[in-house]
Write a protein that binds this ligand. Structure first.
Ligand SMILES: Nc1ncnc2c1ncn2[C@@H]1O[C@H](COP(=O)(O)OP(=O)(O)OP(=O)(O)O)[C@@H](O)[C@H]1O
Ligand SMILES: Nc1nc2c(ncn2[C@@H]2O[C@H](COP(=O)(O)O)[C@@H](O)[C@H]2O)c(=O)[nH]1
Length: 189
């Protein structure tokens, strides 16, 4: 059995993290992507237990109080958190576990799992980021404004991460994530 590992993927909402991860999983089905808990309402097509575990705020607060979340944060009016049990079990089993989380959560993981590999995905520009969020057509105008406001703060924190990857050309960005994950450290520049 291989050695378990924790990998954090962060970047502003709409930069393409979820899309990159879906392609990465198709190519590397042995990776495990943690399913987060959120108080956000499901978007069209989102499935409970697959995209997220959708919970009420009291349920979320109970999970926090009982120490069930590895990290959690409030983002654009909703709460998001990583269920501890599944992640710890998968790492124990030797799996490589990926967390797709925002900046506050990534900072928490840096303290609790200093050996985690932390990658930050950047948009080619903020205007392209806005195009992608709008193009996704899943968020209200209010939610879009809040996400773009957060994006500025998040992008300015990119240097806190081990690796920064610009998601301009999708295949190139995906290739860089693969290099960061699978190639020896000397190959990463
Ligand atoms: N390289 C790319 N070029 C153009 N469009 C892209 C690229 N990567 C992703 N997209 C598109 O950008 C939109 C947002 O992508 P996605 O939902 O994966 O972002 P996200 O970072 O996971 O957002 P959130 O954090 O809000 O869940 C999608 O419509 C996706 O198809
Ligand atoms: N700190 C955490 N952030 C998380 C988690 N799951 C998702 N996220 C991040 O929230 C925003 C918004 O997501 P959306 O699905 O509403 O667009 C995005 O940046 C996600 O990466 C989590 O468990 N903890």
């Amino acid at each position: 059995m291989g050695k378990g590992r924790l990998i954090v993927l962060t970047g502003p909402s709409g930069v393409g993290k979820g899309t990159l991860l879906r392609s990465l999983l198709q190519r590397h089905p042995d990776l495990y992507v943690s399913v987060s808990v959120t108080t956000r309402a499901p978007r069209a097509g989102e499935v409970d237990g697959q995209n997220y575990y959708f919970v009420t705020r009291p349920q979320f607060e109970r999970m926090v109080a009982q120490g069930e979340l590895l990290e959690w944060a409030e983002f654009a009016g909703n709460c998001y958190g990583t269920p501890r049990k599944a992640v710890e079990e998968k790492i124990q089993q030797g799996k490589w576990v990926i967390l797709e989380i925002e900046l506050d959560g990534a900072r928490q993981i840096r303290k609790t799992f200093p050996s985690a590999l932390r990658m930050f995905i950047l948009p080619p520009s903020l205007s392209e980021l806005e195009n992608r969020i709008r193009g996704r057509a899943q968020d209200s105008e209010d939610a879009i404004t809040r996400r773009l406001t957060h994006a500025r703060e998040e992008v300015s924190a990119a240097d806190e991460f081990d690796i920064q990857i610009v998601n301009d050309n999708f295949e190139e960005a995906l290739g860089k994530i693969e290099v960061a994950l699978f190639k020896p450290a000397a190959a990463i520049c």
